[in-house]
Design a protein around this ligand. Sequence first.
Ligand code: IMP
Ligand code: MG
Length: 176
Amino acid sequence: MRSPSDRLAKTLISEEKLQERVAELADQINSDFKNSNLIVVGLLTGTIIFLADLVRKIDLPLRLDFIGVSSYRNNTESSKLVFTKELNIDVKDQDVLIVDDILDTGKTLKSVIDKINTMHPRKISTCVLLSKKARREYITPADYVGFEIPNEFAVGYGLDYAEHYRNLPFIGALNN
Ligand code: IMP
Ligand code: MG
């Protein structure tokens, strides 16, 4: 059991499929970022496992940093994004690759892109492990997408439900 109240319904993406796809994404990144000053920016906390696998397959000189974003819901249903950790590395005139676990409405990634844009990078690219197209509300470009998934709540391989399930080596879906 991975959480106190185990609600795991099924496997969406196996460990083998994840590893295979991460290697493909890394291959693409390796060829697209030759000769660039690459800074990889991971969004905390959901990306940590994906990112650990991805960067070890990137065969380029790179620097790694993290940005913290949390969304707090209030009574009126709207959610407010709060930055909980700022970047340590100066991204001015550098190529930034933002990595997130899942692109849902697109709000989180859009706000991070907007924020990093104010720091005048040379170029921003984005990479997400998962995407739920059906849920998109904000126009948010993802240059590298691991998997398109159906509109289900995904957990594992870094993704959480109330901070649980991050340690699963595969992606599962929760019961409704
Ligand atoms: P967005 O701002 O609506 O695109 O939501 C993105 C963030 O919500 C992600 O970085 C995740 O932290 C979280 N999220 C959205 N969908 C899921 C899911 O299916 N499982 C786990 N976390 C999710
Ligand atoms: Mg998250």
